[in-house]
Design a protein around this ligand. Structure first.
Ligand SMILES: NC(=O)c1ccc[n+]([C@@H]2O[C@H](COP(=O)([O-])OP(=O)(O)OC[C@H]3O[C@@H](n4cnc5c(N)ncnc54)[C@H](OP(=O)(O)O)[C@@H]3O)[C@@H](O)[C@H]2O)c1
Length: 257
């Protein structure tokens, strides 16, 4: 860490809305500065950055499209320039939260190669190479959190491609833990169950029957809220989680245990 970088800095993908917004704000409330990304909703990204600044933190919102692998180097260059210009000359990051994602139910029989490329591009290839490039900017003692999905354990018809990509990332996370542990860098996955966000066209948010089914199988007896996930991500990025690496944390209130 450079002398101008006394506060820790986290990069949160998809931080403009949904689960990522709560993660960005939870990290800021813990005293961290945040670079968050959006894909198309720039105004939402700037609004979250404003909320972080109001909490006393430094923040920036940058555009990132994980499906455009060729643009990742340019994105990392913009992160470096943002750290230099907006974060008092900082040169390195401390945490990466791989949250951004897409969702859609596709029965296996109707899966196309285009579907495969779209999901694997965002959820596997994009996450893998963003992580590789971001680790080059990471301070020793930092960490990576991958947001996967509990559907990579319990199996929901129509989500085979999505869940397989999340499962691939769960394996990748353990390799990050193995290769970067000697630098004190930790890597863990958080696997949420259903949360009522815009995700998958608002399938859970807009469907009372699905919500009732989820609650009925959740020992904690309610639907998840974004902070149930964001608070856990903040904990994983804190010193209290310093001995936790290579792990998968299923955050579902006990759904289907
Ligand atoms: N909600 C759930 O029930 C649930 C359950 C299990 C796991 N998850 C996982 O949790 C994560 C966040 O989900 P969410 O519920 O917050 O989803 P959401 O509300 O739909 O938000 C998705 C976020 O990802 C960004 N994004 C979409 N496509 C992108 C791309 N190609 N490149 C970069 N960013 C992109 C969006 O940016 P724009 O707004 O600019 O488009 C947005 O910030 C995802 O990885 C998802 O798989 C969600």
């Amino acid at each position: 860490m450079t002398s101008s970088q006394s506060r820790k800095i986290a990069l949160v993908t998809g931080g403009n809305r949904g689960l990522g917004k709560d993660m960005a704000l939870s990290l800021a409330r813990m005293g961290m500065d945040v670079v968050l990304t959006f894909k198309s909703n720039a105004a939402e990204g700037e609004a979250v950055a404003d909320e972080i600044r109001a909490l006393g933190g430094r923040a920036a919102a940058l555009r990132l499209d994980l499906s455009d692998i060729g643009a990742l180097d340019g994105f990392v260059d913009r992160v470096k320039a943002t750290l230099r210009d907006t974060f008092d000359g900082a040169q390195r990051l401390d945490f990466l939260v791989n949250n951004a994602g897409i969702g859609r139910a596709i029965p296996l029989d109707s899966l196309t190669e285009a579907d495969f490329d779209a999901f694997a591009g965002v959820h596997f290839k994009g996450v893998l190479f963003l992580t590789q490039k971001t680790l080059r900017l990471m301070n020793d003692g930092g960490g990576v959190v991958f947001i996967t999905a509990a559907a990579d354990r319990y199996n929901v018809p129509g989500y085979g491609l999505y869940a397989a990509c999340k499962g691939a990332i769960e394996v990748f996370s353990r390799y990050v833990a193995k290769e970067y542990g000697p630098r004190g860098i930790r890597s863990n996955t958080v696997a949420p169950g259903g949360v009522a966000t815009d995700f998958n066209g608002g399938f859970i948010r807009d469907n009372a029957n699905v919500q009732a089914m989820v609650v009925a199988q959740t020992p904690m007896g309610r639907l998840a809220e974004p902070h149930d996930i964001g608070g856990l991500v903040a904990l994983l990025c804190s010193d209290d989680a310093r001995w936790l690496t290579g792990q998968r944390l299923e955050a579902t209130g006990g759904f289907n245990i």
